[in-house]
Ligand binder design. Sequence first.
Ligand code: NAP
Length: 486
Amino acid sequence: MEHAVTPSWASLAYLASGVLFILALRGLSSPSTSRTGNRFGMIGMLIAVVTTLVVHEPTKQQLLSSGVIFVFTDFAAYAQILAAIAIGGAIGWITARKIKMTDMPQLVAAFHSLVGMAAVLVGWAAYLNPEAFGIAASAGFIMPQSRLEMGLGIAIGAITFSGSVIAFLKLAGKMSGAPIMLPGRHVINLATLAAILGLTAYFMTDQSLWVIATVTALAFIIGFLLIIPIGGADMPVVVSMLNSYSGWAAAAMGFTLHNTAMIITGALVGSSGAILSYIMCKAMNRSFISVIAGGFGAEAGPAGEAKEQRPWKRGSAEDAAYMLGEAEKVIIIPGYGMAVSQAQHALREMGDLLKAKGVEVKYAIHPVAGRMPGHMNVLLAEANVPYDEVFELEDINSEFATADVAFIIGANDVVNPAAKTDKASPIYGMPVFDVDKAKQVFFIKRSMGGVGYAGVDNDVFYMPQTTMLLADAKKMVEDINKGLAH
Ligand code: NAP
């Protein structure tokens, strides 16, 4: 199939899907509009896919006995495409229905790996059959500019693939989450990156198989090398960074395929992922370069040693119910443990009971609470917590000084004051909630032994105003609710 100029109706359709994708991103910026945003995205994708299928109609040729070439629609190819869409769609549908909220980050990483692999496969298909993609200057000779786009697309796609596979294995606990440091890794990484860029440039002058094969292999290796040394609390940044890479890989392939919708979508995903990475880095007070250079959390050991020896106070659900009921203002800080125990509904009920008693209730959300961006917002929205009671870190942190109770439920790293004071701590520099300023602190976790994601002890456990509520979060809040209802 020779590459044809995109008909103007198709350009308009692609433009419409691009606008819908922008509206989708806009909608996803707040929990109250996220469902509408998702719908815009789905409609945009439907328009883009249908337009592409119509514009790139698969055809077959037949040489008639009269010598005339008869061109007709290849319905078998359409059937194959539809079967592939149905299989992929069914797998996606079943996975989305089955996946637990706490397993979302690894699912996202797994999906990014598929985008990366798709870019590699499209790039290779275009390399092996340039005529079919309309990028051949003459038989078998690929236009140099297309070779550049193809080389970059394959390289970014391969990095996204192997990087995402490692991120998936780390997040799913199938491989140690700790940073794995190779000696001389910065030199190895820089040399590999330089080789990829150099060979991609050389590919413009020589389209030999060995050049693109080496670029592909090196890119698979660098994706692996880049993510392997990253550990600890930096994983959220890695996931959004890989999200960004998958977008750029798709955009590069959009150029190869002359598909404007893919270029627009890829650029949107690429830039929104990059912005999210930047926001996450800011939330953890980490520079993007130091995240990429890796090794965060490697020295997470010593801070936990003093445990057990310091005194701490244990309380019961009844104590907590009494204190909460007497308070004027309660700030709730949810974290990963709330997601694990699925305590959000019981928590919302607690908020309702407290409000009925005239207590002011607010929820404080840290940008990296939980295991994925927006994790807490999604869970609270699912439990119908009113949006106007939910506050971001910078909007609520000054209010702890006026709060009677800071109610920490399954959060740990995001309230750890070591981030402010202990330069040796792996979370040093991450902005945290000033829970120590509240008159009273309740801290729900299952045992004194358990540590947060960064694996460090927490001084909040041992503060005089802290009462530890050791139990599963959902069970504890349900018991508190019984006390409040009396
Ligand atoms: P965290 O530091 O991981 O602490 C989780 C707390 O929940 C622990 O105290 C744990 O103690 C408790 N817990 C676990 N299961 C529980 C249950 N069933 N009932 C009651 N408590 C339970 O959580 P966080 O404060 O939300 O901090 C998030 C961390 O994850 C940060 O370090 C962040 O950088 C990292 N991270 C974030 C993302 C993201 O995108 N948001 C992604 C990856 C990593 P016990 O075990 O003793 O119960």
